[in-house]
Design a protein around this ligand. Sequence first.
Ligand code: 4NP
Length: 145
Amino acid sequence: MVCLGNICRSPLAEGILRSKLPLSDFMVDSAGTANYHVGDKPDRRSIAVAKKYGLDISNLKGRQFSTKDFDNFDHIFVMDESNYINVMSLARDDQDKEKVKFILNEVYPNQNYSVPDPYYGGNSGFENVYKMLDEACSIIAEQLT
Ligand code: 4NP
């Protein structure tokens, strides 16, 4: 799960998908394309909305996406177009590129919709993001299991 800072959207996506998959069989992680928040906990508003729905993401730590992630993961879900461009620019070949998908294309195929960045908004943005990610992650989990 990839966003810009790895403190708002992608840690929520990580927590949600983790809750829907058998973790004995799957590795779920998140990263940011930027390095501003490496080592940081998720944004308190992401922690709060996750908690509201019974998920604890407070122990996650920000890290930056790297080329090695193409070796470690089969699927790379990005939140928006800028993440898509940044991740694709690190892809080494077609096999890497095929792993990269807009997460909302799971719900709205081929539309390339973005999960809006809630960082500069209020709590309602986080609620909205949670609902979008929950719907997408249900579909992803169903497809993978
Ligand atoms: P995220 O949100 O990409 O969903 O984690 C952001 C978090 C931090 C910043 C931007 C977006 N920032 O500019 O620090």
